[in-house]
Design a protein around this ligand. Sequence first.
Ligand code: TYD
Length: 138
Amino acid sequence: MEKTLIILKPDCMEKRLAGVVLDRFQKAGLDIVAAKLTRLHDTLLREHYAHIATRPFFPALAQFMGSRPVLVAVLQGENAIARVRELLGPTDSAKAPKGTIRGDYGTDVTVNICHASDSPENASAEINRFFAPNEVFA
Ligand code: TYD
């Protein structure tokens, strides 16, 4: 059993697609073990995106990610980290195949519906960043 962190991004919330996206994960057998609505401010975004904080696209990304409240959740299941990323498709929605969440609902490389942890180390760090241990019902 693995846990992974997802963020339903501002475009997902604005398009009222939270239910549709969570349904994809739940139909794939993943369980929601934590969830909340929160607004991502600069300090947190710099920490969450530390690996890309010096890239030229970071200011636009941070502005987008902080533009409205987002839904943050922890999903649990077998191989959850890889399976959630498979269901999402590649980062660039324009290159994501139809049938993937980003391919069906995303716009481009920034406006791409949902974040998901990419490794066990990052999943653990990201879950701890957003949730206290007693908020995760695993
Ligand atoms: P990355 O960790 O490469 O992708 P993923 O979200 O699939 O794990 O990038 C993190 C986020 O940074 C990505 O979801 C959107 C944003 N981003 C851009 O806005 N422009 C870019 O050129 C890249 C590579 C990423």
